[in-house]
Ligand binder design. Sequence first.
Ligand SMILES: Cc1cc2nc3c(=O)[nH]c(=O)nc-3n(C[C@H](O)[C@H](O)[C@H](O)COP(=O)(O)O)c2cc1C
Length: 207
Amino acid sequence: MVKLEPPERLGMSLGEAMFTQRAIRRLRPDPVSDEDIRTLMDAASKAPNARNEHRGRFLVVRNREKIRRFAELYVEAWWAKQPEGWSPENAPSGDKHLPPMRLAEAMKDVPVVVLAVSTSPGQAGSVLPAAQNLMLAARALGIGSVLTTLHPVVTDRIHELFKLPPETEVHCCIPLGYPEGRFGVTARRPASETTYYDEWGNPPPWE
Ligand SMILES: Cc1cc2nc3c(=O)[nH]c(=O)nc-3n(C[C@H](O)[C@H](O)[C@H](O)COP(=O)(O)O)c2cc1C
């Protein structure tokens, strides 16, 4: 066990990081350094996890051929997740669907993909807090990220591609890279609409 001090390079205020960490799907091909990746992994390692049993693992993929093969599976998984009737030829239009679809097409060119994995099934709760720490730290370093998920249709081939032991489970995949666009304040439903006090449906005492 190690007790790391927070890296000075993560000096951005927590508030700024949390309020401007949006999904960045257009990534420049420029490499992300090992030093930066280490900082992200140190931040991830500090997340809460059940019983402090450390069942979360991160697989950092930078090998171009592996990313190319991962991207093929990601595209297949992306379409498998879409409603019946959708296809590359019959694609939905609109702001909501286009960016994730474009990410699927661009996945083969991203500089880094991180797979967030647990050492046994059903341990998402011990992996996703770490994934969020990783993405907040990435924001602080100016590195873009977006949490994405796969689909069971590709699970076996993902395991095979990355030599994952059969008992492991991939909870999300996070492409990383420097953004083409900008970070910015995220738009979300107000917390007053998603928070109740004391009983379901009771509004909080603030607007
Ligand atoms: C559980 C989960 C699954 C997600 N899956 C995908 C995905 O498969 N593809 C994708 O492009 N974005 C995915 N996202 C990112 C969300 O679309 C994004 O966080 C949300 O739209 C808010 O975007 P914003 O931060 O830019 O406002 C996922 C996010 C979560 C939390």
